[in-house]
Design a protein around this ligand. Structure first.
Ligand SMILES: *Cc1c(COP(=O)(O)O)cnc(C)c1O
Length: 367
């Protein structure tokens, strides 16, 4: 069976170094807000090219805290609108609605699954304060036009960079394209911790400091609380693991790109639509390799029987979830069709050439 994602193999690739760093933390007696987090924050900021990185407990909190900080800074207020792609993972929306801000859904471009930048302007109202772009499946979404549009309407660009660490746009990395970015280090992400972890990056010193305070009970010095904050800290153990793995992310993303290239070149089937390699390959880090098929259930069943594990990202769009029941009547036909047809093939830095070849052969002989 070819696993969708072999997390054990991914982490054992750096076993000795990781175990040493974990043991150091264990023996140090210091488990929160210490040296490991400070080191990882510094290295993450350098890697992204941003001035500030702040570790937090997970990706959802990273996005929530950015918006919460904008509220505390007086830049946003309850009832303001944030534009967000309709086909994103639900966490992007939860971060918005949790802050009593209003997610305004926009259809994606079916050619690349990313927010259709030409559909944004028509959604801007007097209450719009931000655009949350999501580099979905690992593919960068950005343009000069988006930047000018945000400038013109004084909107913050918030990047949901949970799936795209290492992706680029021109000479910049995702996470350094907008005003602030949220990262997830959920174990299955391209840079994965051994549990939950997240971070924000930004070039805005006030925002970074506000997030740091909010994530630590709203406290800027011990027992002094300036906000009604929360507890959302990155712990020393996870920071140590992430700091090891950060050194290898470019090599691992390059391997993902190699596999994606082979899939694109070698999978040939009339019922299967492949994703596109962007003109600049650096714009995609292939967190997921998502194909489309009108009869997805049949294809998935066939692949399971053939020994290839696949997953669906995602089976139900946010506006059709019970959590957002007031929107269940809304219609986003492009999004709904994507959710009906997508299937994610195995892709990971530890897949062998033989594994990749087997996936290709099995798909090409699908009847
Ligand atoms: C994983 C993910 C998140 C949430 O990250 P967690 O660390 O799981 O909280 C947010 N947005 C997107 C697009 C994601 O893929």
């Amino acid at each position: 069976m070819i696993k969708f994602l072999d997390l054990q193999k991914i982490n054992l690739a750096h076993q000795q170094e990781t175990e040493e760093r974990i043991l150091n933390v264990f023996r140090s007696g210091w488990y929160l807000l210490g040296r490991e987090v400070a080191t990882f924050e510094k290295n993450l900021a350098t890697y992204i090219g941003a001035q500030h990185a702040v570790g937090v407990a997970n990706g959802l909190d990273a996005l929530r805290l950015i918006l919460r900080a904008y509220i505390e800074m007086g830049i946003m207020e309850q009832g303001d609108e944030i534009i967000v792609p309709a086909n994103t993972y639900i966490a992007s929306l939860l971060a918005i609605s949790d802050n009593r801000l209003v997610p305004v859904l926009v259809e994606p471009d079916p050619a690349n699954f990313n927010l259709d930048l030409t559909r944004i302007e028509e959604k801007i109202t007097a209450k719009t304060k931000g655009i949350m772009i999501v580099h979905l499946y690992g593919r960068t979404v950005f343009s000069e036009e988006l930047k000018s549009l945000a400038n013109k309407h004084q909107l913050k660009i918030i990047e949901d960079n949970a799936q795209a660490i290492g992706a680029e746009w021109q000479a910049l990395k995702t996470g350094n394209l907008g005003d602030a970015a949220g990262f997830s280090f959920y174990p299955g992400k391209n840079l994965g911790a051994l549990g939950d972890a997240g971070a924000i990056t930004t070039n805005d010193a006030e925002l970074a400091e506000t997030v740091r305070i909010l994530a630590n009970y709203g406290s800027n010095q011990k027992y002094i609380n300036i906000y009604q904050g929360l507890n959302s800290r990155l712990d020393e153990m996870q920071a140590a693991v992430l700091d090891v793995k950060l050194k290898y992310i470019d090599g691992e993303n390059a391997r993902r790109r190699e596999i994606a290239m082979r899939y694109i070149e070698e999978i040939r089937h009339p019922d299967i639509q492949l994703p596109q390699m962007p003109g600049n390959p650096a714009e995609h880090v292939w967190h997921l390799f998502v194909i489309r098929s009108a009869d997805r259930a049949k294809l998935q069943e066939y692949l399971t029987t053939a020994g290839v594990q696949t997953l669906i990202h995602y089976p139900v769009p946010p506006h059709r979830q019970e959590a957002y029941r007031e929107w269940n009547v809304l219609s986003f036909p492009i999004t709904e069709r994507i959710h009906d047809e997508v299937l994610s093939l195995p892709i990971s830095p530890v897949m062998s050439d033989e594994d990749v070849g087997l996936v290709i052969r099995k798909i090409n002989s699908y009847a």
